[in-house]
Each structure stands twice: as C-alpha cells, then as structure tokens.
Design a protein around this ligand. Structure first.
Ligand code: NAP
Length: 509
C-alpha cells in the first residue's frame, strides 16, 4: 500500500516551465488537489540545469514565455538562462504553487490500477503517491549523457557536459576542447575562449548560423508593457507571426529555404574572412533539417588567435587528450562535451505500466506514437507534455506547450467532473492520426537526409510536428470526448450525460 493513502486529483511529474504551467492552468480550471513531484531541490528544469557560460534562449523571451504569465521586465530580447530561471521561480510565488511541490522526489515508475482508475507513482526512497490523473512534464531534454566515444574513460583531464556544468572549475589559462557545434556549443565557445589559454572546437557537422539580433529592452518599453499589457501582447503576436512565416522555409523545403541558406552564407561571409575556414564552416544540408543556430559571436570567437577548428574525426580519447584520425594528439586540460541529450524518444526514463500490464517503454521502444502528442492508447488518464510529434522547428516550444496545457486541462476536467474511472484514447483514432502525421513528415526538411536528435537510429521521426504552430494549436483546442472510450466508476454513473456522447462502459471490476 502506498505510504500516502491520499488519492490526488492530479499528479504532475516535473516542475520546469511546463509542469508549473500545467499546475497554473489546472488551478485556474478549478482543479486544486494537485501535487507536483520534482527530482531536484529547485524548480526550473532545463534552465536550472544548463548554467554553462553564455546560456541564453535563442527565441526571444517575449515569445519564449507563457502568454498567461506576463513579465514586462525582460531585460533583453534574448535574456540569459539565469533571468529565465528567475522568471520560472517567480511563477511559483505569483501563482501560489509552492505548497503543491514535493522537491527531491524522483519518480521511478507509474502504474495504473484499472479497477480503481488510479495511477500509483513510485519514487526513489519509499514514498508513493496516488492520483486519478497524471501529467508527464519531465521535458524531452532533461537527461544528458556523455557520448559513446572510444577511450572516453581513459581520459585523465577534466570532463564536463554542457548540461551539468561544473561552476567550480576555472578555465583560466587552460587548454580546452569543446566537442560539438550545436545550439549549446555556439553559446559556450565565445565565453570559454575569453579566458582559456586555447580552445579547440571539434566539429563533426557545421550548422546553419543566423545572426542573433539581441537588444537591451529600453526602460521606456518595459514601462509601457507594464502600464499597457496589450502592447506586450502585440509585440508577442508580431514575433509569433514572424516565426510562423519562417515555417515556409524551415519546415518545408521551398525557394525560401534557399533564401535562408543565402542569409546564412552572407552571415558567414561577413564574419569570416578566411576562405578555407569559411569552407569548413559551410553546412551541406537543407536549412531547418537540424535546429537553426542563432549567434552573432560564435564565428568571431572561432577566429580568435587562441581558438582552432578541428574537423578531423575524433579517433579516440587518450589519457592526455583527443586523438584525431589524422594521427594528431591534442593535449588538453579539459574537455567540454556539448554533444546533446539523452532525448526521451521512447518515453519517460522510468517504467509506465498501463491497462492490462502493458508497458509504454516496450511499446515505444520501436516508434513512439500518441494521439495529438498528448494521449496514448492503453495509458488512460495520462497526459503527455512535449509528447511524440509535438516539437517545433521554427517557433517557440512554449507556444506548443500552451496548446498541450489546454488539451490536458480539457481531458482532466472531463474525467474529474464526470467522475469517470478512466478515459482511454481509441486505438483507431490514434492510428489514423499518426498515419497522417508520418505521411506529412515525409515532406519536411527534417526528413531530407541529415542526422539529428529529432530522429531515432533507424530514421523514424517521433519528435516533430509537421505543420504550423497555428495548426497544432487548433487541434489541441479541440478536445473531442468521442475520440476516447470513457469508463464510468459504477452502474449508476454509467448513464451520466457527457458533453459529446462518449461510449461509457460500466465497470465490471
Ligand atoms: P545537439 O544539437 O544535439 O548538438 C550536439 C553536437 O555534438 C552536434 O554538433 C553533434 O554533431 C556533436 N556530437 C554529438 N556526438 C558527437 C560525437 N560522438 N563526436 C563528435 N561530435 C558529436 O545538442 P545541443 O547543442 O546541446 O542542443 C540540443 C537541443 O537543446 C537543441 O536542439 C535545442 O532544442 C536545445 N537548446 C536550446 C537552446 C536555446 O537557446 N533555446 C540552447 C541550447 C540547447 P552532429 O551534428 O554531427 O551530430
């Protein structure tokens, strides 16, 4: 038996942007019996963990924030990770969420009791929780791992991953390598080379880089946003539609994709004068296929006297550094692995047991799929945030999350208000939805031949939503109970009038 016999209305896993957003929206919808479990001792998710020098969002915060949590005081267009984290902390107090959060509580498994209509959530230690509904908001980029490079364990210098920064290590005067040239690396490299004796950047694939048009937010603008919130909303809308328009270049290959490539090459030409280095930094894939990089200081940093680009493949790590396939041994005091995350393409990093003992890990081991990214057949009363095929390639992730929040609130309130035992998405509905998604994906840039974390090892795309944010939001605002089978708690509840005439099956348990 769980040590805590309370059955909560909703349990939320993760207290990052998304989990806190779910708590705010649910409370606004009248669901107050909520518990948030968080494995760390602070809120903030990926923004709490990514404290590497230069960490900042590459989407302007006026758009990379929730529309229902106004912050007129953003200091810049692209604020630092620290400022974003402080904003997330402020959400907790503004919306009175602290009493709902259980810190230092890492989930180890979820299992659904069909007869009771209750999820049991086990955590490290002996504490268990029970809840009628669960929101999984652990985030797709919550876990990192060192890459599988030969000899990695033999290296005797300092190893550090971008997502687990060691703030105590002093890079001053050190010989440092950065492996990787993705979104994290282009932020880290310009900062590291300011103090390191030397910086070597090990590049496997050059990415498309566009300039970052960062500006300080004038006080007058902050005051205007505070006094007339509609002006901030207007600025957000302008950014939203600007990003939406970019889908025509980044999501689908079109003449506008060539325009983005031209912009990228112009940025490179303007900032890098050496033709050989320009050649080394020129990407050879369709813009959008991998995440676009946004930086105005990466190329200049790359040309400092103490910074060197190495594009020979890494053969092995050795006790003293990195050996490349041209036979050169690079002696290093520290290696920074900006090599990405252990992305949860096959579900959360703990077992989830659904109806009839089915295992989500097992079912998603091949290819993850859900209905509208939010519900998976056989796992009732469970709502996914950033679930399968919900990722954007051109707009703010939090715009998509807002759609998921609307959908989760509609599902959870339907269950609670109608006192349902469970609501399970229909297999046929989920199957048809995913056929269309996979068919639409074939026409996107993500499937145009590059290698990215969006795809599984066999090339399946369970990450991205193939469309405009506006289309995604429209589908998420349309919660149709007829897409689900609804199971009543008892005979007497079986006749309850549900909004959209679902199939109500009476419990026989
Ligand atoms: P990433 O985009 O996956 O990039 C990893 C880099 O490491 C790539 O250049 C990759 O090369 C290289 N790499 C991986 N394994 C390697 C190996 N064994 N040997 C040599 N090179 C290797 O990771 P990330 O830069 O941490 O970014 C991940 C995601 O985090 C982004 O896509 C974004 O969604 C998010 N992020 C967002 C922001 C923001 O500002 N909002 C900032 C940072 C990160 P290949 O390209 O050849 O695979």
């Amino acid at each position: 038996m769980p040590s805590n016999s309370t059955i909560h209305d909703t349990l939320i896993v993760g207290a990052g942007f998304t989990g806190l957003g779910a708590a705010i929206k649910l409370r606004q919808a009248g669901v107050d019996d909520i518990v948030l479990v968080e494995r760390a001792d602070r809120v903030g998710g990926t923004w709490r963990d990514n404290v590497y020098p230069g960490a900042a969002c590459d989407i302007p915060s006026l758009l990379y924030s929730f529309s229902f949590v106004k912050n007129p005081s953003w200091s810049r267009a692209y604020p630092s990770g620290g400022e974003i984290c402080a904003h997330i902390e402020s959400m907790v107090d503004e919306f009175g969420l602290r009493p709902h959060i259980r810190f230092n509580t890492e989930v180890t498994g979820l299992s659904f009791d069909e007869s009771a209509g209750v999820w049991t959530v086990t955590t490290k230690g002996r504490k268990k929780f029970q809840a009628r509904t669960v929101v999984l908001a652990g985030g797709p980029l919550a876990d990192h791992k060192l890459p599988d490079i030969r000899g990695i364990d033999t290296y005797e210098g300092h190893k550090i991953h971008s997502a687990a920064w060691d703030g105590d290590y002093d890079f001053t005067g050190k010989r440092v390598a950065v492996i990787g040239t993705g979104a994290s690396a282009v932020q880290i490299v310009p900062e590291l080379v300011k103090t390191a004796q030397s910086g070597k950047v090990f590049q496997r694939t050059p990415g498309w880089v566009l300039p970052r048009l960062d500006v300080q937010m004038p006080e007058a603008v902050q005051s205007l946003f505070a006094a007339v919130p509609a002006t901030q909303e207007l600025a957000r809308q302008a950014l939203y539609w600007g990003h939406e328009a970019s889908a025509t270049a980044l999501v689908w290959k079109s003449p506008l994709s060539s325009l983005v490539a031209r912009l990228g090459r112009a940025h490179l030409r303007r900032q890098v004068k050496d033709p050989w280095l320009r050649r080394q930094l020129t990407p050879d894939f369709t813009p959008g296929c991998k995440r676009m990089l946004v930086s105005s200081d990466y190329y200049p940093a790359r040309q400092r006297d103490n910074c060197k680009l190495i594009d020979w493949p890494i053969a092995t790590l050795s006790p003293v550094g990195i050996r490349t396939s041209d036979g050169v041994e690079h002696h290093l005091d520290a290696i920074v692995f900006a090599t990405g995350y252990d992305v949860h393409l096959s579900g959360p990093p703990f077992p989830v047991t659904g109806l009839g003992g089915r295992s989500l890990q097992h079912e998603w081991a091949g290819h993850a799929e859900a209905y509208k990214s939010a519900s998976a057949h056989g796992y009732p009363n469970l709502l996914f945030m950033c679930g399968p095929n919900s990722g954007p390639g051109h707009n703010s992730l939090l715009v998509y999350v807002e759609g998921q929040l609307d959908y989760a609130v509609a599902g959870i309130t339907t269950i609670l208000k109608n006192n349902l035992r469970y609501l399970d998405v229909r297999a046929d509905v989920q199957g048809r939805y995913n056929e269309v998604i996979q068919q639409r994906l074939t026409k996107t840039t993500w499937m145009s031949g590059c290698n990215s974390w969006y795809l599984t090892a066999d090339g399946f795309n369970a990450s991205m939503y193939p469309g405009f944010a506006t289309q995604y939001l429209r589908q998420m605002r349309d919660f149709q109970i007829a897409d689900y089978t609804a199971h009543a708690r008892s005979e007497s509840d079986a006749g309850v009038a549900l909004d959209a005439r679902p199939r109500v099956v009476t419990s026989t348990a």
